[in-house]
Design a protein around this ligand. Structure first.
Ligand SMILES: NC(=O)c1ccc[n+]([C@@H]2O[C@H](COP(=O)([O-])OP(=O)(O)OC[C@H]3O[C@@H](n4cnc5c(N)ncnc54)[C@H](O)[C@@H]3O)[C@@H](O)[C@H]2O)c1
Length: 294
């Protein structure tokens, strides 16, 4: 299937990025949100990003206008009817996603490919909720979508060759580094990355090093661009915990179990950078490590 029109559900952190990179690759995009205010926020983020690129001389104003012109914002699912590919990037909640696909199944044209950007849910549970599981794939982008080169393209047990090929070609069209992954919870990156971040918390809990020391050590000793606690705060402690819980449920391996410190910080509302406090406090000019003291 030659994709020329992409539907994106959710204009949050991931959805606005997916819409932007798709439009930047010359594709028409329909971006759907639940209400006008949330939609405007998402489109506003795209406008800001493009404006910054123009200011820095990386993009011509006419090209920025072209990208925005290719994105049609909507709150009406009916506008996704003639999309060739529909990607959901809505809240990580299986019931919400299934309910959304049940509605869209009767709207989106036959032959379209349906995709989920889920980080931790099994793709099959959404595919099986539609009447076209053979047309369903996973397209797992990374945050921020505009910057991160990788796209995991996931085949589940029901995925047909045609739909899978469409996913691989779509990734190439966006200029992403495409890797093929099986429908195993966490796919490749989170399966390796989440236990690593949880282990950093356990290392802190058992006194191996302080938050700062562990971050400095992994930057200087393993050449990571950021230490695990900075990364945890960036990903979001709530997000990390929910991915860990889902992976633990699936695999029953202790390496996926959320450590007590993480659970307590999430309960306290310390979600990381987005809430102003996680393993670091972001209220000052520079982030300062805070010992959670639990
Ligand atoms: N945040 C990450 O780093 C990351 C990375 C890769 C994948 N993901 C996955 O991407 C998805 C979205 O994550 P996010 O971080 O962008 O979440 P987010 O909370 O920033 O955005 C989700 C958006 O979906 C909207 N929404 C909810 N129901 C909807 C519906 N029926 N139709 C249209 N919009 C709807 C919400 O209003 C919200 O704006 C999740 O499945 C998550 O697992 C997240």
């Amino acid at each position: 299937m030659d994709v020329t029109k992409v539907g994106v559900l959710g204009a949050g952190l991931m959805g606005h990025g997916i819409a932007q990179v798709s439009a930047q690759s010359g594709l028409d995009v329909v971006l759907r949100e639940v209400d006008q205010e949330t939609l405007d926020k998402g489109v506003g983020k795209i406008e800001k990003q493009l404006g910054r690129a123009v200011e820095k001389g990386k993009l011509e104003q006419a090209d920025a206008d072209g990208v925005l012109g290719r994105i049609q914002g909507t709150t009406d699912c009916g506008d996704l009817a003639d999309c060739d590919l529909v990607i959901e990037a809505i809240t990580e909640d299986l019931d919400l996603k299934v309910e959304m696909w049940k509605e869209l199944d009767g709207i989106v044209k036959d032959g379209a490919v349906l995709a989920t950007n889920t980080s931790s849910l099994a793709v099959i549970d959404q595919a099986a909720a539609t009447k076209r599981p053979e047309a369903f794939i996973g397209l797992h982008f990374f945050n921020p979508v505009q910057m991160m080169p990788l796209l995991e393209v996931i085949r589940t047990v029901t995925t047909g060759d045609e739909a899978y090929k469409t996913g691989l070609e779509f990734g190439a069209k966006l200029g992403k580094t495409v890797v093929e992954a099986k429908d195993k919870t966490g796919f490749i990156v989170n399966r390796l990355l989440v236990p690593y971040m949880l282990d950093a918390i356990r290392a802190f809990e058992n006194g191996t090093g302080s938050i700062e020391e562990i971050d400095i050590a992994m930057k200087g000793g393993a050449a990571h661009p950021m230490g695990p606690f900075t990364l945890l705060d960036f990903v979001g402690l709530d997000t990390t915990k929910s991915i860990a819980d889902i992976m633990f449920d699936e695999y029953r391996e202790t390496r996926f179990a959320a450590p007590p410190t993480l659970r307590k910080m999430v309960a306290a509302g310390y979600f990381g950078k987005k809430s102003g406090r996680g393993f670091y406090d972001y209220s000052g000019e520079k982030p300062v490590a805070v010992d959670p003291g639990v």
